[in-house]
Each structure stands twice: as structure tokens, then as C-alpha cells.
Design a protein around this ligand. Structure first.
Ligand code: NAI
Ligand code: A1CAB
Length: 267
């Protein structure tokens, strides 16, 4: 199978990395297009994928085509390719706030096969979380194939389109909040005298292990938190201080701001 990417920036390269590592495609079976030399060179360096400057090359060579440009570039990109769409093409759009309705209209209200997807950057290490929503022109078989491509770089689930703004606020943008947390936790370790490199390892492994416990035990996060809090111990002292500083509220409001921004970005 040959997979295409129109726009080879950060998210496209993260997904390519996961797809290549999982052995779904070799670098030579991925076709990218990007108008910038920077985008083309970066993709060659990072993933060994040759990138053209002509979006139509991607349509010519691929069936499954990721649209991986920024939301504001969807209109000109689709304008340039819409008259070259064939029956075998399935477009996988990852733009924040870019709806199936908007895409359908941009393609000229033809029966273009579209899957709206919201991935995240941990795709690069095979631990992404993707939501997918196909339109009515995508067959069951094509939906299955799309999910298998997404599964190459992490977990993938079909989600109704009305939840896409929320997905964007939680898993799409979420890695950034987690990186902030890891950075802050590591800074605390450095305050306490730990060398910085070791501090990142201790902070990141703690987040990784805690996430794994949530996934594997099926226990409520509150119960897992209680297991760490020994009576009159260190953890409950930290929890008290975090609560006084609105830690949970800050996270809820932060993710909600991303959700609202996604809704406000509709084309
Ligand atoms: N970065 C992330 O964590 C995530 C991003 N997304 C979505 O992915 C899309 C891309 O985001 P990033 O990768 O962060 O942006 P980016 O700016 O790194 O990549 C966009 C690429 O598109 C290229 N481009 C611009 N005009 C083009 C054209 N006419 N034809 C072909 N390529 C063109 C740019 O040169 C650039 O390399 C956005 O729509 C964003 O909402 C979705 C989930 C996560
Ligand atoms: O910040 C953004 O707009 C993109 C969408 C989700 C993650 N990054």
C-alpha cells in the first residue's frame, strides 16, 4: 500500500515515523508533498521519505491520502486537487476544527470519500491516540483499512463527529499539557538537587508508569491516587497543596480552552 501526505510538517512526520516503524509501509512507499524546502528536507532527514512540491503527485500515486496542512490552508489545497479526485481515493483529514461538511463543500459536494481524524504526536513512537469519523461515501472495508493505518501508530477509535472538538482538547493537544507537567516535575527534582537529565527520566517514567496503571488495572484514577497517599505522609501534603493551587481546575479549564478554540476554528 502507498500512503500519501499533503503537507509534511510536524504531525505528518510523527505519523510517518509510526507507520514506518510498525512496518506498514517502507519509506519508499510513502509519498509526501510540501511547497517548502524545509518541509521536504526535514521529512527526508527524519523519515527517509522523498517529498515532491506537487500535491497532484500524491493523488497520482496513492489511495489513502492524509491532508496534513494547517486548517487555514485546506481551502487552497483542496481547490488545487479537487478536479483530480478518483474513486480509489480516501482522504484522511486531521485539521483541528475542519468538519466533514466543510470538506465535502470544498471538494464541490461530490461523493468524495473523507475520514475526519484527530491524531496526536505520540504517533511518532507508536503510542498515538486517534479519533476517526468517516463520511457516508467511505465503505466498511475502507474504514477498516483507515483504522489499520491509524492503529500502526497507536490506538484508534471511531468517534461521532460532534465529539471532535473535545477530542482535540483532550488527546490532540493533550501531549503538550503532559510535557509541561513533566518539565515542571523535573524542575522540582532539580530544585531538590537532582541532575537535570536524571530529573527528566524520573519525571517521565513516573508519568508513563502511572498512565500504564490506569490502562492496565482498569481502576479509577482516584483509587490509584489514594493508594499513593499514606496517612499523614508526603503525597497527601502535595495533593493538599496542588488542590489549593487549583491544579485540577487549571487542567480542566486548559483543555476546555483548546476544545473551544477547535470549535472556533471552523472553516
Ligand atoms: N501538531 C499536532 O500535534 C497536531 C496537529 N494536527 C493538525 O495537523 C495539521 C498540521 O499541523 P502541524 O503538523 O502541527 O503543522 P506544520 O506547520 O508543522 O505542517 C504543515 C505543513 O504543511 C505545509 N503546507 C503549507 N501549504 C501547503 C500546500 N499548499 N500544500 C502542501 N503542503 C503545504 C507546510 O509547509 C508545513 O510543512 C493542522 O491542521 C493541525 O490542526 C492534528 C493533531 C495534532
Ligand atoms: O495546536 C493545534 O492547533 C494542533 C491541533 C491539535 C494539536 N495541535
Amino acid at each position: 500500500m502507498r500512503i500519501g501526505f499533503i503537507g509534511t510538517g510536524v504531525m505528518a512526520n510523527a505519523m510517518m515515523g509510526g507507520i514506518i516503524s510498525a512496518g506498514v509501509c517502507k519509506p519508499e512507499d510513502i509519498v509526501g508533498a510540501d511547497p517548502t524546502e524545509f518541509g521536504r528536507n526535514k521529512t527526508k532527514e527524519q523519515n527517509g521519505v522523498e517529498v515532491t512540491d506537487n500535491n497532484l503527485d500524491v493523488l497520482e500515486k496513492c489511495d489513502y491520502i492524509f491532508l496534513t496542512v494547517k486548517p487555514q490552508y485546506y481551502a487552497p489545497v483542496i481547490e488545487g486537487i479537487k478536479d483530480h479526485v478518483k474513486d480509489n481515493h480516501v482522504f484522511i483529514s486531521i485539521g483541528a476544527g475542519v468538519t466533514l461538511d466543510y470538506l465535502g463543500k470544498a471538494f464541490g459536494d461530490k461523493s468524495v470519500k473523507l475520514v475526519r481524524v484527530m491524531p496526536n504526536t505520540p504517533a511518532q513512537v507508536g503510542e498515538g491516540m486517534s479519533a476517526a469519523c468517516p463520511n457516508e461515501f467511505v465503505s466498511e472495508e475502507e474504514t477498516k483499512t483507515t483504522l489499520s493505518i491509524l492503529a500502526a501508530f497507536g490506538k484508534a477509535e471511531i468517534i461521532p463527529e460532534n465529539l471532535f472538538d473535545v477530542v482535540t482538547g483532550v488527546s490532540g493537544s493533550g501531549p503538550a499539557y503532559v510535557f509541561l507537567f513533566i518539565e515542571a516535575l523535573a524542575d522540582a527534582a532539580v530544585v531538590g538537587g537532582m541532575p537535570r537529565r536524571q530529573a527528566y527520566e524520573f519525571a517521565a517514567q513516573t508519568v508513563y508508569g502511572a498512565a500504564k496503571m490506569v490502562m492496565e488495572t482498569g481502576k479509577h484514577p482516584g483509587e490509584l491516587k489514594d493508594m499513593v497517599c499514606s496517612p499523614a505522609g508526603t503525597t497527601i501534603a502535595a495533593v493538599r497543596t496542588l488542590e489549593a493551587n487549583n491544579f485540577r481546575s487549571a487542567v480542566i479549564e486548559g483543555a476546555n480552552a483548546a476544545t473551544e478554540k477547535s470549535a472556533a476554528m471552523r472553516g
